[in-house]
Design a binder for this molecule. Structure first.
Ligand SMILES: CC(C)(COP(=O)(O)OP(=O)(O)OC[C@H]1O[C@@H](n2cnc3c(N)ncnc32)[C@H](O)[C@@H]1OP(=O)(O)O)[C@@H](O)C(=O)NCCC(=O)NCCS
Length: 173
């Protein structure tokens, strides 16, 4: 599908639902953080694929908190959509909810912004179509995405510099 003029946020929307099973839980009966991270990455990647219609790789996940536990037998629900495209990268917002299927109570447990990079057939970063925000909420997320991008790129540059400086020191010793 040709999307050079951009895609609407709603076209990338993803909702994934799973029942939490004992195999995905810690001894307290709560879902493992790693399982939640895996599902966030999956839901986010599907939203990014829907928008870009190309292969994408995860390049960054903003800070992630687990605010409420999700227990074995409850549903874990992940909602993802693109917020803004840059040149070759795209930011996706993912919200995680738990739902008790007996009472129907739904509560948000985590949220994250994940950045994906689209790759061409040679595995090189390739241009992504712009995101066209329509609603007031989409427009706000779109505006704020620029500040998030500046912050995360600056943080990554600082972290990588520290890492490579440490490596250099170790090899010089
Ligand atoms: C993603 C990858 C191809 C980018 O390579 P690169 O040499 O940094 O390429 P570039 O410098 O051209 O950056 C490509 C895009 O990534 C963005 N990017 C790079 N590092 C980033 C970070 N830490 N956070 C957010 N975006 C980042 C750049 O801003 C650029 O986006 P833009 O074109 O929209 O401005 C490369 O880092 C990679 O292969 N990483 C591993 C991906 C992977 O395997 N993920 C699965 C988990 S291991």
């Amino acid at each position: 599908m040709e999307k050079a003029r951009g895609g609407m946020v709603s076209e990338s929307q993803v909702e994934m639902v799973e029942v939490v099973l004992p195999n995905d839980a810690n001894p307290l009966g709560n879902i493992l953080g790693g399982k939640v991270m895996h599902l966030i990455d999956m839901a986010g990647a599907i939203a990014a694929h829907r928008h870009t219609r190309s292969v994408v790789v995860t390049v960054s996940v903003d800070n992630l908190d687990f605010v409420h536990p999700i227990r074995v037998g409850q549903l874990i629900i992940l909602c993802a959509h693109v917020t803004r495209a840059f040149h070759t990268s795209i930011e996706v917002g993912v919200k995680v909810y738990r739902e008790d299927f007996l009472t129907g109570e739904r509560r948000q447990t985590s949220s994250a912004f994940v950045t994906y990079v689209a790759l061409d057939e040679q595995g090189r970063p390739t241009k992504v179509p712009p995101v066209v925000p329509r609603t007031a909420e989409e427009k706000q997320e779109y505006r704020e995405a620029l500040a998030r991008r500046r912050y995360r790129l600056a943080a990554a540059a600082r972290a990588h510099r520290r890492y490579f400086e440490k490596q250099k020191k170790e090899t010089n010793q």
